[in-house]
Design a protein around this ligand. Structure first.
Ligand code: 13P
Length: 255
C-alpha cells in the first residue's frame, strides 16, 4: 500500500565533512533554528551525515538522520561496507543511492545500484535515487535519454514497486560548481522524470512521488526552484554545512 502524503522534503548531504563532534554541534544549531519557526509546517527535515556520525546523532531531535550510501550486499565478508540493516538499526529511513560522486569516483553502476535499491525497499527504507546528466550530455541534447536510462537500468529490474522511492535530480555540472540549473531547466527535467516514472508506478503514485532538486542550491536561488510544480524539495550539499544557509533555504518553501 502506498500510504504517505507528498510532503516537501529538505535534505542536507554533508558528504565527507565535519568531525562527529562538529556534526552534533551543527545538528543542534539546526534544531535551535528550527524552533524559531517561519517554516512550512509539513516540511520534512533530513540530514545525511557520514556513517561515523549516525550513532551520535540518533535521538537528539526531530530532524531525521539518513545515510549517504549503503552496501548492495546484505551481510558477510565485505570489508569496509555498511549494510542496510545496520543503518536501519541506527534509525536511518532514507538512504542516498547513486549519487553522481559515487557513480563517478567509485564506479557504481547498474548491478550495485539495483542491489542497493532492492535491499532498501525490502527493509522498508526509502531510497533517494540520484540521477543527472553531465554538461557534455546536456550540450549534446541527450539529457532526457540519460535520465530515462538511469531510471530504466535500475527500476526495470523490479516487477512491482509498491514502496516509496524519492528521486533527486542533480545535474552533474551543477554540483559544487556554483552553477545552478535554471528554473526552466530544472522544472523540465523534473516533469520528464515524473513522466518516465509513471510507466513504472502508474499516474497516481508518480504524481505523489517526490523529486528533489540538487546542485548549488542556495538561499538566493531556492525560492524560484522550490516554487516549480514538479520540484518537491531540495538535496543540498555545500549550503547544508552552513546552518544559517540551510535554514534560509528551508524558509524558501512556498507557504
Ligand atoms: P552542492 O549543493 O554543494 O552543489 O551539492 C549538491 C549535492 O551533491 C547534494 O547531494
Amino acid at each position: 500500500m502506498y500510504t504517505y502524503m507528498k510532503r516537501p522534503l529538505i535534505a542536507g548531504n554533508w558528504k565527507m565533512n565535519t568531525s562527529p563532534a562538529e556534526g552534533i554541534a551543527l545538528y543542534k544549531t539546526f534544531l535551535e533554528g528550527k524552533k524559531k519557526g517561519g517554516f512550512r509546517q509539513e516540511l520534512e527535515w533530513l540530514v545525511l551525515p557520514p556513517f561515523t556520525h549516525l550513532a551520535g546523532l540518533q535521538n537528539l531531535g526531530d530532524i531525521q538522520v539518513g545515510a549517504q550510501n549503503c552496501s548492495h550486499q546484505s551481510k558477510g565478508a565485505f570489508t569496509g561496507e555498511v549494510s542496510v540493516d545496520m543503518l536501519r538499526d541506527l534509525g536511518c529511513r532514507y538512504v542516498l543511492v547513486g549519487h553522481s560522486e559515487r557513480r563517478q569516483y567509485f564506479k557504481e553502476e547498474e548491478e550495485e545500484l539495483t542491489g542497493k535499491v532492492a535491499l532498501l525497499l525490502e527493509s522498508n527504507c526509502i531510497p533517494i535515487f540520484c540521477i543527472g546528466e553531465t554538461w557534455e550530455e546536456r550540450e549534446k541534447g541527450s539529457t532526457e535519454t540519460v535520465l530515462e536510462r538511469q531510471i530504466q537500468e535500475v527500476f526495470g529490474h523490479f516487477k512491482a514497486i509498491s514502496s516509496e522511492v524519492v528521486f533527486a535530480y542533480e545535474p552533474v555540472w551543477a554540483i559544487g560548481t556554483g552553477k545552478t540549473a535554471s528554473v526552466e531547466q530544472a522544472q523540465a527535467a523534473h516533469a520528464f522524470i515524473r513522466q518516465v516514472w509513471t510507466r513504472f508506478v502508474g499516474e497516481n503514485k508518480a504524481q505523489s512521488t517526490r523529486i528533489l532538486y540538487g546542485g548549488s542550491m542556495k538561499p538566493d536561488n531556492a525560492e524560484g526552484l522550490l516554487s516549480q510544480k514538479d520540484i518537491d524539495g531540495g538535496l543540498i550539499g555545500g549550503a547544508a554545512l552552513d546552518a544559517e544557509a540551510f535554514l534560509n533555504i528551508a524558509r524558501q518553501f512556498p507557504k
